[in-house]
Every structure is written in structure tokens, then in C-alpha cells.
Design a protein around this ligand. Structure first.
Ligand SMILES: [Zn+2]
Length: 95
């Protein structure tokens, strides 16, 4: 099991949020204002978005140049594309 420093991640996220909040930065995906006080995991709430996905670029997860402010709803939408192609393997065993 890889050791994921969740505390470090949370602190990074809070740092970036505070920075963007001070600048009142809009969502990077739709350009709409973010509700900085919205409870986490609600549609208009802030979400830390990654320009290059962490999945493929794990070393850039805490890189300030690889993150952008996003709405929770926009972030969710982007991540929804991870559809594990259900391989309907038609195993035709012809002997
Ligand atoms: Zn958005």
C-alpha cells in the first residue's frame, strides 16, 4: 500500500483555496464564480482541480502549477469520464 500523505494534501488544498479565494478566482472550467463558503461536496463548492490528472501524473498532485479552482460539479463531471470499459468478451470457443 502506497503511503499517501493525506495531511499534506489537505494543507496544500487549503493553501490554494485561500490564495484563490483572496483573488476571487472563478471556476477554471466554466468561468462562473465559486461559492467559497459552500459546504464541501455541494454543487457550487470549491474543488481542487488538476490540469494533468493525478492518475497519470501522481508527482504533480501537489504542484501549484498543475492545479486550478473548479466547482465541485465541474470537477465531478470531468472525472466521470473514467468509465472502465466493460469488456463484453464474447468468448467463442469454436473447436
Ligand atoms: Zn464550474
Amino acid at each position: 500500500m502506497a503511503r499517501t500523505n493525506t495531511r499534506q494534501k489537505r494543507e496544500f488544498r487549503e493553501q490554494m483555496k485561500a490564495l484563490w479565494r483572496a483573488e476571487n478566482r472563478p471556476c477554471a472550467r466554466d468561468g462562473q464564480p465559486i461559492d467559497w463558503d459552500a459546504p464541501a461536496n455541494t454543487r457550487d463548492a470549491f474543488e481542487l482541480g488538476h490540469i494533468l490528472p493525478v492518475k497519470t501524473h501522481p508527482h504533480l498532485e501537489l504542484d501549484p502549477n498543475n492545479v486550478q479552482p473548479e466547482h465541485h460539479r465541474c470537477n465531478r463531471h470531468a472525472g466521470a469520464s473514467t468509465s472502465t470499459a466493460a469488456s463484453t468478451g464474447i468468448t467463442s470457443e469454436v473447436w
